[in-house]
Design a protein around this ligand. Structure first.
Ligand code: AMP
Ligand code: ZN
Length: 474
């Protein structure tokens, strides 16, 4: 199967065909840097990082841009409240954003443009919109005239009459229509400003994404992503601006992730029902949070609960432990040759098919767990026939291979994962081995029995002992 994605624009799953063969140009709406981001915001950052890696894994040359909104009402309000400049606030939280994405194991985007670095291009595009009749100036502000853009509503499926009725609530007599939105805002006293043909001011939020994405990815690019809440008005407005200012289609595929909810409500800063990524990372390894998201399809809503996080942790531990046990076993069976395992090859094809089917990580994870289960069965039965060793080797290769895009198996050297349980279990196993070798049976047996009572089995080999989790008992 070739890669297919659900396109919000056409409301269908479509075959993915990039503008340029083998290249993918992809843009994600990034953070507004006025605070630490919460784990709801982490969802698109993690999922589209995995998509980017997956597309690379599938042989595409991916150019990935995630913008940074470093001028906005929220930043200005925070700066006023803290008696600082907007730029100080933005700099502080831009740094925090990079620290957090690094900790989450998210690869840095190829480009992370800041709105304030694109002021010239933004002003030029606004001027183009005015010249082409899509925008008009009003007392130092510039508005986009929604009715002038024939395709307005095509992404969100809203029609102009409906929108007009809805927009009446927000009456601003000066605008030609209540639906019109600001692309340039004149500065109020004390606010940051940039010189423009319409006086001192700053850009609206929507225009920065149209300008930076078009500028950095070319006239028409492949994938534009963000959370579902951005479909309207943000992405609808991005299309109106980009296509109003040029003659080419803006984006081919629009992808939107579902919400992370908490007690049935969207996790959000304004509702106060959020956990920052930092809070979660203080308690759980990054790989657990990645796993938590990967276990669900990116378009489905997810309910946050600590139990779900713990379940994700257990699921991940199972994979990591299996890998470790396979490694220990394979160390004793060096010469398995180059035999291939057809069943595992088929399961790998099924996993890739799931990923190709609108990036179904949940289903791909299902296949991964089946593989882990087969490996554990062989290990639990100590059934190390040549055939089974080939199978274990194939499973190991597969896990390592798909980790290229999932990014869930921690780097052994990083010590970010397994520092708790696995670390102590390794240590106890070693201590018991020494006791046993020193014929101190009493203490050695006590350790073995106590571990057994919590579902950990020890197995004594020729020159070492290993521990295994007994999943049937636990
Ligand atoms: P914001 O800071 O609200 O502009 O959000 C930044 C990104 O996070 C956008 O792509 C939002 O759609 C996304 N986002 C915000 N809240 C959530 C949530 N609770 N679940 C999933 N995505 C979210
Ligand atoms: Zn955007």
């Amino acid at each position: 199967m070739a890669f297919h994605i659900y396109n919000t624009l056409t409301r269908k799953k479509e075959l993915f065909e990039p503008v340029e063969p083998n290249k993918v140009k992809m843009y994600l709406c990034g953070p507004t840097v006025y605070d630490f981001f919460h784990i709801g915001n982490a969802r698109p950052l993690i999922m589209f990082d995995v998509l980017r890696r997956y597309l690379r894994y599938r042989g595409f040359d991916v150019r990935y841009v995630v913008n940074i909104t470093d001028i906005d009402d929220k930043i200005i309000n925070k700066a006023i409240a803290q008696n600082r400049t907007a730029s100080e606030v933005a700099t502080e939280f831009t740094r925090a954003y990079f620290q957090d994405i690094d900790k989450l194991g998210i690869e840095r985007p190829d480009l992370s443009p800041r709105a304030t670095d694109f002021m010239r291009d933004i002003i030029n595009t606004i001027q183009q919109l005015i010249d082409r009749g899509f925008a008009y100036e009003l007392d130092g502000d510039v508005y986009y005239e929604v009715e002038k853009f024939v395709g307005y509503g095509k992404l969100s499926g809203k029609n102009i009459n409906e929108l007009q009725a809805g927009a009446r609530v927000d009456v601003d007599d000066r605008k030609r229509s209540p639906m019109d939105f600001a692309v340039w805002k004149s500065s109020k006293p004390g606010e940051p400003w940039w010189e423009s043909p319409w006086g001192k001011g700053r850009p609206g939020w929507h225009i920065e994404c149209s300008v930076m994405s078009s500028k950095l990815l070319g006239g028409t690019f492949d994938i534009h992503a963000g959370g579902v809440d951005l479909i309207f008005p943000h992405h609808e407005n991005e299309i109106a601006q980009a296509e109003g200012a040029s003659d080419c289609p803006f984006v081919h595929y629009w992808m939107h992730n579902g919400f992370l909810n908490i007690e049935g409500e969207k996790m959000s800063k304004s509702l106060g029902n959020f956990f920052t990524t930092r809070e979660i990372l203080a308690k759980y390894p990054a790989e657990v949070l990645r796993m938590f998201f990967l276990l669900k399809h990116y378009r489905s809503p997810i309910n946050f609960s600590e139990e779900r996080i713990l379940e994700s942790q257990q699921a991940l531990e199972r994979i990591v432990e299996t890998l470790k046990n396979i490694d220990l076993i394979l160390a004793d069976f060096q010469d398995v040759g180059a035999a291939t395992d057809e069943t595992i090859a088929n399961q790998k094809a099924a996993l890739i098919d799931a990923m190709d089917d609108d990036f179904n990580t949940a289903s791909a994870m299902g296949t991964l767990f089946e593989l882990v289960k087969s490996a554990n069965l062989i290990i639990a039965e100590n059934n190390f026939t040549k055939e089974n060793i080939v199978t274990l080797k194939a499973i190991r290769e597969l896990l390592v291979d798909v980790n290229e895009f999932f990014g869930i198996i921690p780097d052994k050297s990083s010590g970010t994962f397994g520092t708790d349980e696995s670390f102590y279990l390794d240590m106890l196993t070693e201590i018991r081995r020494e006791l046993r070798d020193a014929r101190q049976w009493g203490m050695a047996d006590t350790i073995r029995d106590r571990l057994q009572s919590i579902g950990i089995e020890l197995e004594d080999r020729k020159d070492k002992s290993i521990w295994k989790r007994n999943f049937n008992k636990k």
